[in-house]
Design a protein around this ligand. Sequence first.
Ligand code: ADE
Length: 233
Amino acid sequence: MTPHISAKKEEIAKTVLMPGDPLRAKKIAETYLENVKLVNEVRNMFMYTGTYKGIEVTIAGSGMGCPSIGIYSYELFNFYDVENIIRIGSAGSYKKEIKVYDVYNVKEAYGDSNYAKLAANIDDKVIKAGTKLYSLIEKIAEEKNIKTLTGRAHSADVFYRHDDITEFVKENNLDVVEMESVALFANAIRAKKQAACLLTISDNLVTKEVTTAEERQNNFMQMVEIALEVAVK
Ligand code: ADE
């Protein structure tokens, strides 16, 4: 048990998939896992452990933003001996050619905050995903014939910014925006574990194209299926 997770140590698998929304964790667990058990409901941050193709996997909500995923991923890596965490989330696209429903494998994340410095004593603004996990995602996606895009994500602290960030996006070579991966990657580096982040594009900030909740649900599942295959490799 930790301050934020009530699961017993043996109730959490070595690989954890983390959607932001705890209800999405529930949906994924109920759709894909066998012998599913709810192992955490502190703060309604639902975590489920079950088996996929006979191998134990945990699906756990992360909440929104670096502070939230920072807490859960830290506790999972350091108090539950988790080896791999794959965030499975949504992102906004900063580029016309990166379209809604595209699947994006984050190679590195640019953080707005000083989370990486404070949590892991890393001075860089840009933090890399775990190479092993990142490469395995690419391999599995190719085997499944699912096209992934890859590059640098903006791990933003502010959803509703006051200013135009066109120049900032160009200068920092940012493809997409989400709000969690930099904290997850920094925690993994400090714990000497593996972290990756798979995203489905839910909105395009250039073309203003958006997705409906129902469409999102269906298209998210491609990304989930890649992550599950990676989890049992
Ligand atoms: N996740 C999905 N769309 C996003 C956006 N526009 N900004 C930040 N995070 C997001």
